[in-house]
Write a protein that binds this ligand. Structure first.
Ligand code: IVH
Length: 670
């Protein structure tokens, strides 16, 4: 070594550093200490500084980024970068196998299965073993040139190596992503600096790679895995498995966890194993990719316009995503219940951007121990309101104080009272939030059914001070309506007519419409049948309510407290004064409809308007069945608050999921 020329020493150092980079970033198996590595690296930097003519772009020192660009230039891909068809069901995998066998006219197919990395796809071009160009996928035909940014990724070899001589020209496809721990560290750093945190690792990776300033990319911890040879000069490997081995032999990172499967059953078990390890992997994956192993068969089947026929993405069930709680707001519901709401840094969960998630109630916030500024996992299940699944502790984070419910209503300032886990505003109709909610509910389809009185109009009426309680609706004039924005002669007339029509109402609908806590449609029906008239109901004692089947202490307490309140009795009196005519209940319910015959329901989580027994009865009355476990045969899973594993099961099996409101709509004959 003492006699080597600077040129020889530079070459030797680069070889050595590349070797250690590969061991460290790709193999995860370093052989020298960081200090030794730094020594080698510094020596190379010094030599290159002293001999700028010997500096080349593939030197390991050139991963630090270059001055910013004005824009990323476009580059056409050598071959189109296709997408993958995706499926989510076991059966679809079997169907895929059947289709392959049919089209290839064979009974035995070998597949290679590997994880589906959740990052962004890139094309890497190597000429004479040297990394010359890299691009994002773009529209599949033309991508963005991110060569200098890609150069900063440590696991991307700038020079192919290995025992096998690399081809003179090679185009590789891979995925750039960010490890979860690195993502959290990055986000913490960004927030500390007052910059906006990334919603998830995928966004962080994309944002970091598609940078005009590659020095920023260099400071971001990106990782690469390669999974496809798009083109090469010379003999291509015969199978996908060999292709991955060849890539690895040239020093490119390939999926470590992969399996060559001798049957589709092996593919399925690989998928299960991968799903099971998903949460312990240091990076995000969103499924497995199944590929025909034989490349001649791949070529024989070819591609459709957007995706190859020989591969499929078998995606995992919708996933929880990681984001940050920016604030905790408190919303006031129709009955005054205060609900803590996490305002999130917007995040895409299963294709939907989520920026808020319910925290249900104060106990839930305490149990999950989530605070403003925390990193959390949010989950979205079908149409169910997104929820915070759990907090993700970040090592070394300094956290804010625990959240406390306000003692005054954020809408009207009235005192907040507590009932178990629930906090509610005592302001009742003084509280604009409750007043609007109460009127919307009163006018809704299953209550007074006042057509044309939707959310927007209710807000206008309340804000203009025209309606201060439910009874005020019946003293509205057409002239008043005409002063509201968006009302013209015809719309005002129509609304006046539907208000007039609503005056003839059944006891059951009125009870439902009054918005008494715990009194949903079903209980309203039970009460109407039992008491027959409003007068009798209003005179009933708590004990009398308790006598009624299905009415427990909570409902009876709620009823007595509602009817003993002067303000409520006054509203009812005024409703009657203004012409509301309450019809006695129909003696026997409409002949039992069999509209749910053949349908099976499963319930998970708590329902606000019914007990489980009531819900069951409603289903059964209409010919449906209620079961306790979810299977492929289940028609609907009704997800209430805090749904359990049955919801996950439903998603996995693709069973239709209903919210409580949807369930109500389904079991309530129009
Ligand atoms: S193969 C022609 N393999 O998934 C075949 N893609 O939904 C090209 N992806 O855009 C794709 N991991 O970005 C393949 N092991 C893997 C993958 C993978 C992630 C991405 C890729 C593609 C998307 C398709």
């Amino acid at each position: 070594m003492p006699h080597s020329t600077p040129e020889e020493r530079i070459a030797a150092l680069r070889r050595e550093i590349r070797h250690h980079d590969h061991l460290y970033y790709t193999k995860d198996r370093p052989e020298i200490s960081d200090a030794e590595y730094d020594r080698l690296f510094r020596e190379l930097v010094e030599l290159e500084t002293a001999h700028p003519d010997l500096l080349t772009s593939d030197s390991p020192t050139q991963r630090v980024g270059a001055p910013p660009l004005d824009e990323l230039s476009k580059v056409p891909h050598e071959k189109p970068m296709l997408s993958l068809d995706s499926i989510t069901d076991h059966e679809d995998v079997l169907a895929f196998d059947q289709r392959m066998k049919r089209e290839l006219e064979t009974g035995h197919i070998v597949y290679t299965a590997e994880p589906k990395f959740d990052g962004l796809s890139v094309e890497l071009v190597y000429d004479q073993g040297r990394f010359v160009r890299g691009a994002t996928r773009g529209d599949g035909r033309v991508g963005e040139d991110v060569t200098i940014n890609l150069r900063t990724i440590r696991s991307l070899p700038l020079q192919l190596s290995g025992n096998a001589a690399p081809p003179s020209h090679l185009v590789v496809r891979g995925e750039v992503y960010m490890r979860l721990d690195e993502f959290q560290i990055l986000n913490r750093r960004m927030t500390e600096r007052g910059e906006e945190a990334f919603a998830n690792p995928r966004n962080a990776a994309a944002g970091s790679l598609r940078q005009l300033d590659s020095r920023i990319t260099a400071s971001r911890p990106l990782t690469l895995t390669c999974y496809d040879i798009m083109a090469l000069a010379g003999q291509a490997p015969a199978t996908h498995w060999d292709e991955l081995e060849a890539l690895a032999a040239w020093g490119l990172p390939v999926p470590e966890h992969r399996r060559r499967c001798q049957s589709i059953e092996e593919v399925l078990s690989f998928q299960q194993d991968t799903d099971a390890m998903r949460d312990s992997l240091p990076f995000e994956i969103d499924g497995v990719v199944v590929k025909l192993d034989r490349r001649d068969w791949q070529d024989q089947l070819g591609s459709k316009s957007r995706s190859p026929r020989w591969a499929i993405a078998y995606k995992f069930a919708p996933r929880k995503e990681i984001t940050v709680i920016q604030d905790i707001a408190v919303s006031v519901g129709r009955t005054g219940t205060l609900t803590p709401l996490a305002l999130l840094k917007p995040v895409e969960v299963g294709g939907v951007t989520i920026s808020r998630a319910t925290l249900h109630n104060a106990d839930e916030v305490a149990r999950k121990d989530v605070r403003i500024g925390d990193t959390v996992k949010v989950e979205r299940a079908g149409d169910v309101i997104p929820a915070i699944a759990e907090r993700v502790p970040v090592p070394g984070e300094s956290r804010q104080e625990p959240f406390v419910m306000p003692d005054h209503c954020p809408v009207c300032g009235s005192a907040v009272a507590r009932e178990g886990a629930y906090f509610y505003c005592t302001g009742q109709t003084v509280c604009v939030a409750q007043l609007k909610g109460a009127i919307e509910h009163f006018a809704s389809k299953s209550a007074l059914n006042i057509e044309g009185l939707g959310k927007k109009t209710v807000a206008q009426l309340v804000e203009a001070g025209m309606v201060r309680d439910l009874a005020d609706l019946y003293s509205l004039t057409k002239e008043q309506l005409l002063t509201l924005e968006g009302f013209a002669d015809r719309s005002a007339t129509l609304l006046m007519e539907s208000i007039e029509r609503s005056k003839a109402v059944s006891l059951e609908r009125l009870l439902m419409g009054l918005g008494i806590r715990q009194v949903g449609q079903h209980i309203a029906r039970v009460l109407a049948k039992q008491f027959g008239t409003l007068a009798r109901l209003m005179a009933a004692t708590q004990e009398e309510f308790l006598q009624v089947r299905e009415i427990g202490p909570e409902i009876s307490a709620s009823l007595t407290s509602f009817f003993s309140e002067a303000r409520n009795r006054d509203v009812i009196d005024r409703l009657i004064d203004r012409g509301l005519m309450v019809a006695p209940p129909e003696t026997e319910a409409t002949p039992a409809s069999q509209s749910l015959a053949g349908k099976t329901f499963v319930f998970t989580g708590g329902l606000a308007g019914y007990s489980r027994d009531q819900a069951k009865q409603m289903v059964e009355q209409q010919g449906g069945l209620v079961s306790s476990s979810v299977s492929k045969k289940t028609s609907y899973v009704v997800a209430g608050t805090d749904p359990g594993s049955k919801l996950d099961q439903a998603q996995k099996l693709g069973v239709q999921i209903l919210t409580e409101a949807e369930f109500t709509a389904l079991v309530t004959p129009a």
